[in-house]
Design a protein around this ligand. Structure first.
Ligand code: NDP
Length: 300
């Protein structure tokens, strides 16, 4: 079998188009422009790239983008005061604090100081609790993107066996909650899981969010299963020339694609969906804040 490739880049483009259409209607019919504020502390190059890309895509779908940059040595009080201002600013519907933060800042404290209704990353403890109890919440972007692709491919996920490899707060745990919400039978695997290969072999859906290059080989995959590869790992690529690198996922793409029914590539799978879902969450937050109907198909 050769797996169907789930094209995250194309899917993300359709999500952005949908968001842009709703944003245009909100402007015309309600005089409302959704706004996303991104807070960057310090000058981590990777974070700067992410923030630039988020700002660009926010503007492209017609929303307002507000960037706030603080020095790497800014005080916690300074950061909390900024978040406080954004929490009460009616032009700001979504707030994202780019992680990781410099070590002297308490990440949990900072994230939990964001107004949960504007917490478009879905990391606030209230949103974690709401998701865990099956209530309306802001859903973390990466797992939301995975869920959208799974629903699009399968329609109903009800009754399927899903294995999520990884139990982080930003990917593994919320992913498992979402799959449970869609009535999958969910197993969460992690570094202490025994016989991981056997666990994975029972899965109709495998979501790998580990951060170990090509850890999942094709012979772990049940024939016809759907493989969602969240991992983004940079490895040496001497075949491309000296000192060159390339990105790979947590799954060994070639061998998994021979067995799976469908698979997301790396790059071009889950990655592009993450920012698209951030835009979707900002739109959702703007609609909720104004008592307007939420767009269909852009939330869990
Ligand atoms: P974390 O490091 O926070 O979590 C990794 C998880 O993998 C942990 O739960 C860990 O288990 C588990 N793990 C580690 N080794 C093994 C092993 N040998 N067998 C089974 N489980 C193992 O990572 P994140 O969740 O933040 O990210 C995971 C990957 O997803 C990374 O490659 C990251 O770059 C990528 N990512 C991609 C995004 C995207 O937009 N596409 C967004 C976010 C992340 P334990 O808890 O026991 O230590």
């Amino acid at each position: 079998m050769t797996a169907k490739v789930i094209d995250g880049k194309a899917f993300a483009a359709t999500v952005r188009e949908k968001v842009a259409g709703h944003v245009a209607r909100l402007k015309e019919e309600n005089g409302l422009t959704p706004g996303l504020a991104v807070v960057l502390v310090g000058e981590d190059p990777a974070s700067q790239v992410y923030v630039r890309s988020k700002g660009k895509q926010t503007v492209e779908v017609g929303m307002n983008s507000f960037e706030h940059k603080l020095d790497a040595d800014c005080s916690e009080a300074e950061l909390l005061a900024l978040i406080d201002r954004l929490n009460t600013d009616p032009a700001v519907h979504g707030i994202l604090v780019q992680l990781p933060l410099p070590g002297h800042l308490d990440e949990d404290l900072v994230v939990n100081s964001i107004n949960p209704a504007k917490d478009v990353d879905g990391f606030h403890i209230s949103n974690v609790g709401l998701l865990g109890t099956g209530q309306k919440s802001m859903v973390p972007c990466t797992p939301l993107g995975c869920l959208m692709m799974l629903r699009d491919h399968h329609g109903s996920l009800s009754g399927m066996n899903a294995v999520v490899i990884g139990r982080s707060n930003i990917v593994g745990k919320p992913m498992a909650q979402l799959l449970l919400g869609d009535s999958c039978t969910v197993t969460i695997a992690h570094s202490r899981t025994k016989d991981l290969a056997d666990v994975v072999r029972g899965a109709d859906i495998v979501v790998a969010a580990v951060g170990r290059p090509e850890m999942v080989p094709g012979d772990w995959i049940k024939p016809g299963a759907t493989v969602i590869d969240v991992g983004i790992n940079r490895i040496d690529a001497p075949e491309k020339g000296e000192g060159k690198t390339r990105l790979v996922g947590d799954c060994h793409y070639v061998s998994c694609a021979e067995v799976a029914g469908a698979i997301t590539p790396v790059p071009g799978g889950v990655g592009p969906m993450t920012i698209a879902c951030l835009l979707a969450n900002t739109l959702t937050a703007a609609c909720r804040a104004n008592g307007l109907q939420e767009p269909d198909g852009l939330t869990a």
